[in-house]
Design a protein around this ligand. Structure first.
Ligand SMILES: Nc1ncnc2c1ncn2[C@@H]1O[C@H](COP(=O)(O)OS(=O)(=O)O)[C@@H](OP(=O)(O)O)[C@H]1O
Ligand SMILES: Nc1ncnc2c1ncn2[C@@H]1O[C@H](COP(=O)(O)OP(=O)(O)O)[C@@H](O)[C@H]1O
Length: 409
């Protein structure tokens, strides 16, 4: 049964939730209380002294209404109800309490390989088990074979699949399995990496033990060589006041890139976005933020597979621009923030659509720069003031760094 309160944890918390529910994080059965989290930070144990290396907590924003005694349905971003948490504590921005699984059907690539520790232990019953946790391809299968032979152990490959690189790790495990002795098992474990390498390793050991390991080998860390810039995804995000020249420069840039023909270009025109993707949204802070997040989402999808996306909304709030930067970087693409810094006086002088006059007359409320804020970026990768330069020159000022940075040939 789902509960009246709802929450969608972030990707890392959802991965931890899956491990809590599957038993891979035994002896944990739920997110840590503040006392346990504190003890983990201080001594590497739970409050009762049981060894546990890493805080496994669930953040809940202060404005979420759930209080102790309430039940919260935890959902994945696609809306599937995964578990119900009965709140026993809200402290330090986190929430703790017992979890009930809702047995949501597994989805995502390689779902059939997500086996619980109990299933795997049953299959390996009574045997010595050499578990190999991996975050990238294994470079020395001979060593694994030799160790397993020496121990007379079955081999269990545990690809730690989390985030963008997850499917590649699983493919590496399946490939390795084919070259290892018959009977080698693969179980996918969605363990998110921890920043501190010693904590990460200890956590891997705990998880391997839950899967029945009598011996654990940590596979090598993956070497991530980013592709050459001209193949990497890129989002060019122009921000600035209405009339500053964002759309004019964005269109000029798009045309210049299409003429060169070296990249696939997606142009998210501000007006088209407001008419389709964000139709019906107002200019309140909430709706502007939603508009920018939608633009960021589409741009990141275009960049995920190496595309170049150009966006040109006002995007007045720094925190929301930061969110878009994070969304884009999370898919392994680059993000270039261009501040079209043409001052208000010049934008108002141009008043191409007569909007400033209407805003001054109070006919249009919440107008950026007049009766609504614009937070100037302090993290712009490039600043272009179009007051006294030609359109061609402004476009060139954005195109040049793209060529110099190797994104465009
Ligand atoms: N209240 C108010 N404030 C600012 N702008 C307004 C407003 N009402 C309508 N418009 C017109 O909408 C365009 C800005 O839309 P954006 O989607 O770029 O804005 S935002 O990023 O969501 O803040 C903007 O277009 P540009 O001139 O191309 O920037 C305006 O023409
Ligand atoms: N160097 C320049 N770069 C861009 N626009 C310029 C430049 N010089 C003058 N303009 C004019 O300024 C106006 C900018 O409008 P627009 O591109 O729609 O701005 P925004 O999309 O930021 O609202 C256009 O009328 C454009 O012709």
């Amino acid at each position: 049964m789902t509960a009246p309160f709802e929450w969608t944890p972030d990707a890392r918390e959802l991965a931890d939730l899956e491990l809590l529910l599957s038993g891979a994080f035994q002896p944990l059965t739920g997110f840590l209380t503040s006392a346990d989290a504190h003890a983990v930070d201080e001594h590497g144990t739970l409050a009762d002294g049981t060894a546990w290396p890493a805080p496994v907590t669930l953040a809940l924003p202060d404005d979420h209404p759930a209080a102790p005694g309430d039940r919260i349905t935890l959902r994945d971003p696609e809306g599937a109800a995964l578990a119900v948490l009965t709140v026993t504590e809200r402290a330090d921005g986190s929430v703790a309490g017992p979890l009930e699984t809702l047995d949501a059907p597994e989805h995502g690539p390689f779902a059939r390989l997500r086996r619980t520790p109990a299933e795997v232990r049953k299959e390996l019953a009574g045997r010595e088990v050499l578990a190999v946790t991996m975050r990238g391809p294994l470079d020395d299968l001979e060593e694994i074979k030799a160790t397993a032979e020496e121990l007379d152990a079955a081999i269990l490959l545990l690809p730690l699949a989390f985030g963008e690189g997850g499917p590649a790790v699983v493919r590496a495990a399946l490939k390795a399995r084919d070259r290892l002795p018959e009977g080698t098992l693969v179980a996918v474990v969605p363990l998110a990496p921890r920043h501190e390498p010693s904590i990460d390793l200890e956590l891997r050991e705990h998880v391997a033990e839950a899967y029945g390991a009598t011996e654990h080998l940590a596979g090598p860390e993956p070497v991530t060589l980013p592709g050459p810039p001209h193949r990497r995804g890129l989002v060019v995000f122009l921000t600035g006041l209405s009339g500053s020249g964002k759309s004019t420069v964005a269109r000029g840039l798009r045309d210049a890139l299409l003429e060169r023909g070296s990249r696939t270009v997606t142009y998210l025109d501000g007006d088209v976005v407001r008419h389709l993707l964000s139709a019906g949204l107002s200019f309140s802070k909430k709706d502007r933020d939603l508009n920018i997040r939608r633009i960021g989402f589409v741009a990141a999808e275009a960049a995920r597979h190496g595309g170049l996306a150009i966006c040109a909304p006002i995007a007045p709030y720094a925190a929301t621009r930061d969110e878009v930067r994070a969304m884009v970087e999370a898919v392994g693409a680059d993000f270039l923030l261009v501040h079209v810094s043409t001052p208000l006086a010049e934008c108002e002088r141009r008043d191409r659509k007569g909007l400033y006059a209407k805003a001054r007359a109070g006919i249009i409320p919440e107008f950026t720069g007049v009766s609504d804020p614009y937070e100037e970026p302090d993290d712009a990768d490039l600043v272009v003031d179009t007051t006294s330069i030609s359109v061609e020159r402004a476009v060139q000022q954005v195109l040049d760094p793209l060529i110099q940075g190797g994104w465009v040939r």
